[in-house]
Design a binder for this molecule. Structure first.
Ligand SMILES: Cc1cc2nc3c(=O)[nH]c(=O)nc-3n(C[C@H](O)[C@H](O)[C@H](O)COP(=O)(O)OP(=O)(O)OC[C@H]3O[C@@H](n4cnc5c(N)ncnc54)[C@H](O)[C@@H]3O)c2cc1C
Length: 292
């Protein structure tokens, strides 16, 4: 396969490069892209590959008020090791730690995980639970949008030609908040999720005052269960409520059969994973309340 290779070293050079090209792909860690190129799965085949690894500004993790800004090129390994992420967005470190193998986590990036738009992407439910917004950069500047709006279907995003994700902004966890990520795969390691789930919740005493629940591998894109979130708001954070939430979740999702498992099994897993994620998130919120 023949293509022209570009290696811009700044955001402006990247914007200018993309603007001048018609049929290109962006190369981050390459763990998804290179497989697709090798297997000739891209239609049309790209005439240009734009490698963004030379742009240091895309590798930053920094705190800004009550938010954490994560550059699109931050790798899964960097997420798992970051002191800031472990302190204020630990659910994301947990999700990143369950991606692929050490080699994949070393190369694979959070921006690539989003833009590959797999329904089973592991960092995406964690980001959705943290209320993530993405910064989309392009020739005229940038726009910011909720992460959920990026996904248009399996392998499809809303990004127009010339646009790329430069940064992801998540809310940092506060004293009365907790979050958890869980994944069921066919093996304990190097397995794409049969189902994954992330929960963030905020407690007011023993009552759930706010909650976000996100799922992967149960729909054409990663999803939030808004109906269940509404149902949980104002309810006590008890085991009985969490068990009922699991039953509700199993009724709300419409998964499909695929090579990893049957829809009926996913529905049963949904019940368990929602219950366990809620229990873990609530325990953490209670611990944070008493520690801070
Ligand atoms: C063996 C193996 C195991 C895996 N296991 C898992 C797993 O357990 N969980 C999981 O979630 N994923 C898994 N993956 C998928 C993959 O590793 C992740 O999705 C990874 O995060 C992709 O990031 P990347 O930087 O390698 O993306 P790339 O392959 O470089 O890019 C992926 C896509 O996103 C586009 N892109 C990348 N960055 C940007 C950007 N900033 N703006 C716009 N477009 C962009 C590229 O053009 C391409 O279309 C696995 C892959 C392999 C090969």
């Amino acid at each position: 396969m023949e293509f022209t290779y570009y290696n811009p070293k700044s955001m402006q050079a990247l914007v200018d490069t993309l603007q001048a090209l018609q049929n290109y792909v962006i190369l981050a860690g390459g763990t998804d892209l290179l497989v697709k190129m090798k297997e000739k799965l891209l239609r049309p085949m790209p005439q240009a590959v734009v490698d963004i690894n030379g742009i240091e500004a895309l590798r930053e993790i920094r705190e800004e008020g009550n938010s954490i800004m994560i550059g699109a090129l931050v790798s899964h390994n960097e997420l798992t090791k970051s002191a800031l992420i472990n302190k204020k967005a630990v659910v994301l470190a947990e999700a990143a730690e369950l991606v692929g193998s050490p080699q994949i986590r070393n190369r694979g990036t959070v921006g690539g995980n989003i833009c590959n738009a797999s329904p089973a992407a592991d960092t995406v439910p964690a980001l959705l639970a943290l209320g993530a917004r993405v910064k989309v950069s392009y020739q005229d500047g940038f726009l910011e949008m909720p992460l959920a709006e990026v996904f248009k279907g399996p392998g499809r995003t809303c990004l127009a030609p010339g646009q790329f994700i430069s940064c992801i902004k998540v809310n940092s966890l506060q004293a009365d908040e907790g979050a958890a990520f869980l994944k069921f795969g066919k093996r304990k390691a190097l397995a794409i999720a049969m189902i994954n789930c992330a929960v963030w919740l905020k407690l007011d005493g023993d009552v759930i005052s706010d909650v976000r629940i996100a799922f992967g591998s149960v729909a054409p894109t990663p999803i939030r269960l808004y109906e269940l979130e509404k149902w949980l708001q104002g309810k006590p954070a008890t085991s009985a409520v969490f068990a009922e939430a699991g039953l509700e979740a199993a009724q709300l999702i419409k998964p499909i059969d695929d090579i990893r498992c049957k829809a009926s099994y996913r529905t049963r897993l949904a019940r368990v994973i929602v219950y366990r994620s809620l229990v873990a998130a609530a325990e953490r919120a209670q611990m944070r309340c008493s520690c801070e």
